[in-house]
Design a protein around this ligand. Structure first.
Ligand code: 5AD
Ligand code: SF4
Length: 435
């Protein structure tokens, strides 16, 4: 038998990239690759990239530069670049970086085995097409499972064209996977011990296939034996339809957690961003979701320093945050992305944007800490994901996606435990098992 080849993967960006990296590893598994976590003994290094902000794509070139000594030490080492930077700048990567052997976009990685064979023949391979065939039909079945919580990509691409965002260009237009395939993948994952599924899509609540919307898909997935919890991300406020809001109220497997990005609280900026909703529209949607599920934990994304953002616009964002009271949120300084409409407009002064980001993050951080503190004394359900660092301790997630450390010497991975929260640290909760 030939010795297994070793694959080192580095993943940047969103959960969908995490999912894609797993599927690429499985695909290369058919060519004899097994995972390694050191570059030094790898036969192939694959960098799965993100293009969403400038810093994300700069990282690729510095990573590639740092691979030079490894490639010199082992001339047989193959270097592959995948993901959205590969999609957007594939030819440029090959031109600038002679050490790169393979470039593959997010829609064509089912072709990795043939591309790998080409690379082994000493050629370079690039595929950044949006092929007519569905990659998911050509990928191997899911085998290895690391834990009880898994991602499931149900939808890809985005037709919204927010003025700042590269996703509609790098991931293409919206495509939803057929429900029967998703149900089959979910059954397969459940049989391998998965208890929680997070349904992924760039615009997941626009899911639409064979008469299904996201709500119907969630309801059917909730009937799959072994699946105890469902979540989904990322959503657009304009696609929060009645049946999906209703599902938050009456589908017990759907967890009380919703990531619903608003980006800004200023109507002027929302319009310039091409978000196609106002702050009041967004707040109305949240009111309806909270009416259906009062304990829901809300999270969002924010961009500060979007071109034209004034102090008053920024104040409107702070006011919206105060009104909503988020359990958690991601916030970013605007970065101009080539090819997007907003990139044509003059930037806000960088120091002003930095100061706004700090102020916004201080407010969001305070809300997050208060939300965690308010859990102390309450009982939550924790899905154990792994053993903790302390002996006799398990670590998992509550229904609100809080990380919880639980003293439970007989706890097992994959178990759902009733836990009383006893303390709140900065990024996690502590508790003891009560049932
Ligand atoms: N600059 C800053 N943040 C951005 N995002 C998307 N594009 C940009 C950009 N050009 C943020 C948005 C989005 C999240 C995934 O990344 O907040 O919701
Ligand atoms: Fe980008 Fe999300 Fe807007 Fe689509 S909805 S363009 S993915 S920010």
């Amino acid at each position: 038998m030939t010795e297994a080849k070793k694959l080192f993967i580095k993943t940047y960006g969103c959960q969908m990239n995490v999912y894609d990296s797993e599927r690429m590893a499985e695909s290369l598994g058919t060519k004899g690759y097994v995972a390694t976590d050191t570059v030094e003994d790898a036969d192939m290094v694959l960098i799965n990239t993100c293009h969403i902000r400038e810093k994300a794509s700069e990282k690729l070139f510095s990573d590639l530069g740092r691979l030079r000594p490894a490639k010199e030490a082992n001339p047989n080492l193959k270097v592959a670049v995948a993901g959205c930077v590969a999609q957007a700048e594939g030819a440029e990567i090959l031109r600038r970086m002679p050490l790169v052997d393979l470039v593959v976009g997010p829609q064509s990685y089912h072709r990795l085995p043939e591309m790998e064979a080409k690379v082994q023949r000493g050629e370079r391979a690039i595929d950044t097409e949006f092929p007519p065939e569905d990659k998911f039909d050509h990928l191997p079945e899911r085998k290895a499972m690391r834990g009880p919580s898994a991602f499931l990509t149900v939808q890809e691409g985005c037709d919204k064209f927010c003025a700042f965002c590269v996703v509609p260009y790098t991931r293409g237009s919206e495509v939803s996977r057929p429900p029967e395939r998703l149900l089959a993948e979910a059954r397969n994952l459940a049989a391998r011990g998965v208890r929680e599924l997070t349904l992924l899509g760039q615009n997941v609540n626009a899911y639409r296939a064979d008469g299904y919307g996201l709500a119907r898909l969630i309801r059917e997935l909730s009937q799959v034996e072994g699946i105890l919890r469902l979540r989904y991300m990322t959503s657009h406020p304009n696609d929060m339809e009645d049946d999906l809001i209703a599902a938050h109220g009456d589908c017990p497997q759907l967890m009380p957690y919703l990531h619903l990005p608003v980006q800004s609280g200023s109507d002027r900026i929302l319009k310039a961003m091409n978000r196609k909703h106002t702050a009041a529209d967004y707040l109305r949607v949240l009111d309806r979701i909270r009416a259906a599920r009062p304990d829901i934990l809300l999270t969002s994304d924010f961009i500060v320093g979007f071109p034209g953002e004034t102090d008053a616009d920024f104040e409107a964002t702070l006011a919206l945050i105060r009104k909503v009271n988020y359990g958690m949120a991601y916030s970013f300084k605007y970065s101009a992305r080539p090819g997007t409409p907003a990139a044509e407009k003059p930037d806000v002064n960088s120091d002003v944007a930095d100061a706004r980001l700090q102020e916004l993050q201080a407010l969001l951080g305070a809300q997050q800490r208060a939300g965690q503190q308010a859990m102390v004394g309450q009982e939550v359900d924790v899905l154990y994901e792994k053993a903790g660092r302390q002996p006799g301790q398990m670590v998992g997630k509550s229904q609100h996606l809080h990380a919880v450390h639980v003293d439970d010497p007989s706890g097992k991975v994959g178990e759902l435990a009733r836990v009383r929260i006893t303390d709140a640290k900065s990024n996690s909760l502590g508790g003891r098992r009560v049932g």
